[in-house]
Write a protein that binds this ligand. Structure first.
Ligand SMILES: [Zn+2]
Length: 179
């Protein structure tokens, strides 16, 4: 196995864990896992909790958790963030301000939009391109994408069922108030 294959396998392994975390909230299966890339150790994990707090997206939750668990002493420059979907602009800004140098995600914003998720149409790559002053983050999308897409498609079905609708109206998975 060459280095590249090893990296792909490693990403898939952590993404599997992010998916497991996402399954803790099947209605909003956004799961995040922060890993120390030096030791491969998981620093913190989190799932979307927007049912309690509209801005409690998994990416911001995992950053807050990592700070709490490590008394603010996190070597952000040595971390990789794994998340089941492409970060929204709010989370991407948080990631950039934190200094996390790499984000690996599953589903794309375009896919979520296609499924009917509400979103703010600024892609993660547009956010990184707009950042200055040494705020750099590498983005790797499409890791276990089919698995992540299936999770979000199932969540959307669940949402429509609970609302008793079959239309393709957007839901509030990415932020607004709980229905
Ligand atoms: Zn977000």
């Amino acid at each position: 196995m060459n280095q590249e294959e090893r990296v792909v396998l490693e990403h898939r392994g952590y993404m599997k864990q992010a998916i497991e975390i996402a399954c803790q909230n099947l209605q909003r299966p956004f799961g995040a896992l922060l890993v120390d890339s030096r030791e491969g150790e998981v620093i913190a994990s989190a799932v979307n909790r927007s049912y309690r707090n509209p801005v409690a997206h998994s990416e911001l939750e995992v950053i807050h958790k990592a700070v709490e668990l490590n008394a603010g002493d996190v070597a952000w420059q040595s971390t990789v963030l794994y998340v089941t979907a492409e970060p929204c602009p709010m989370c991407m800004a948080g990631i950039l301000w934190t200094g996390i140098p790499k984000v690996v995600y599953g589903s794309s914003m375009r896919t979520l939009k296609g499924l009917g998720y509400r979103h703010i149409a600024i892609q993660a790559k547009e956010m990184t391109a707009a950042a200055t002053g040494g705020l750099i983050c590498e983005l790797i999308g499409g890791v276990l994408e089919t698995d992540c897409d299936a999770l979000f498609a199932a969540a959307m079905k669940l949402e429509r069922k609970s609302k008793g609708t079959t239309d393709s109206g957007s839901t509030d998975h990415w932020g607004a108030s709980e229905s």
